[in-house]
Ligand binder design. Structure first.
Ligand code: PMP
Length: 349
């Protein structure tokens, strides 16, 4: 219902619908791309070392120590790095910094469903680039007319990785900023960080939510050319990353071996479960992420999703012409995936 006290674009926007977060024990949760393995032991140690009394003080508004560690990781300067309250925070900052009120935000379709919601809340236009028949990213040779394009790579919810050379050519054609959202890149066979450090209009966005098993912590970061990063600093909240997050994220970043070990386990399960689904008659799209995008062979996807939820197994189903006949399954621990396979067999999905 319209309320005249509220801005027209906010009245009109649908609002983002996150995946369910059931709190009850015994649920198998494969719906929001969380990592089934615990974060680095270094995170546990850093947490134990935190003092409650230090919370009297504001956090470092510039996240200096954390940005230095991230810069070392990617071989760039701290001035190329900005941290955010999850990468969602950085997406909002990009819209604030790069898009005028009459501007447009571009993205792939289907892709991360938050982008159009954010654009509409600001009353901005949206321009979408349709994926190919097998959900491959087809970046138009003529470019996309928008000051900001979110290129999710690997894409979500489909798992497709667009090759770096195609992304580079696309960035070169774009007159606006291209934000390469690499939320899932640690599960992929390549990344585009080099572009964010070599082109003047590309930014790479990363998060500790997936590969580092820290979705509950809320830490994302952007790497890119200094003028763009400076603009993001101008529009951010002063203290957008709290003290606890800065300390624990630093511990996580400093232990890449532990992250890689978890990622390798997820990738092994992804390969095994993709074969199981194919053998059951699902159409499985190749995934470079920590989830699988697949079309059930025998029953409609919406029905499979609902029946699984009834059995307390949560996967994700997105209504819509391109997405409605598929489900997205987060890769969980092997036992959970086996339980899912048994349920799907039992349901004759
Ligand atoms: N980008 C993509 C493509 C995502 O799927 C997500 C997670 N839903 C995010 C960004 C946001 O991640 P976070 O805010 O947890 O860092």
């Amino acid at each position: 219902m319209n309320n005249s006290l509220i801005r027209a674009s906010v009245n009109a926007a649908p609002g983002y619908v996150p995946g369910e977060q059931p709190r009850d024990a015994g649920v198998i949760k494969l719906n929001t791309n969380e990592n089934p393995y615990p974060p680095s032991p270094a995170v546990r140690e850093a947490l134990a070392g935190l003092s409650a009394s230090s919370l009297r003080l504001y956090p470092d508004p510039m996240c200096k120590a954390l940005r230095e560690a991230i810069a070392r990781l990617h071989g760039c300067a701290p001035a190329n790095v900005i941290c955010g309250n999850g990468s969602d925070d950085l997406l909002t900052l990009c819209i604030s910094a790069f898009v005028e009120n009459d501007g447009a935000v571009g993205f792939l379709d289907p892709s991360y469903s938050l982008y159009p919601v954010m654009a509409r809340l600001r009353g901005l236009r949206t321009v979408s680039v349709e994926l190919g028949a097998r959900f491959e990213s087809r970046l138009p040779p003529e470019g996309v007319p928008c000051p900001l394009f979110f290129l999710t790579n690997p894409n979500a919810p489909t798992g497709y990785l667009c090759p770096k050379d195609e992304v580079r050519a696309f960035c070169r054609r774009q007159r606006g900023v291209v934000v390469i959202d690499e939320a899932y890149v640690d599960f992929a066979s390549g990344d585009c960080m080099e572009l964010a450090l070599g082109l003047d209009n590309a930014i790479c966005l990363r998060t500790l939510s997936k590969s580092h098993s820290l979705a509950g912590l809320r830490l994302g970061y952007a790497v890119g050319p200094e003028p763009l990063v400076n603009a993001l600093f101008k529009v951010k909240e002063s203290y957008n990353v709290d003290r606890i997050t800065q300390a624990l994220a630093l511990a996580a970043i400093s232990d890449p071996a532990s992250m890689r070990a978890g990622v390798e386990k997820v990738k092994a399960t992804r390969a095994r479960f993709s074969r199981i689904l194919s053998d059951m008659g699902f159409d499985v799209y190749p995934s470079e992420s920590n989830f699988i995008w697949a079309r059930p062979g025998a029953r409609p996807a919406g029905e499979v999703y609902r029946e699984l939820a009834r059995r307390r197994i949560y996967v994700r189903h997105f209504e819509g012409p391109r997405t409605g006949d598929c489900i997205r399954i987060t890769i969980g621990a092997d036992g959970d995936m086996d339980a899912l396979a048994a349920a799907l067999r039992d349901m004759r999905a």
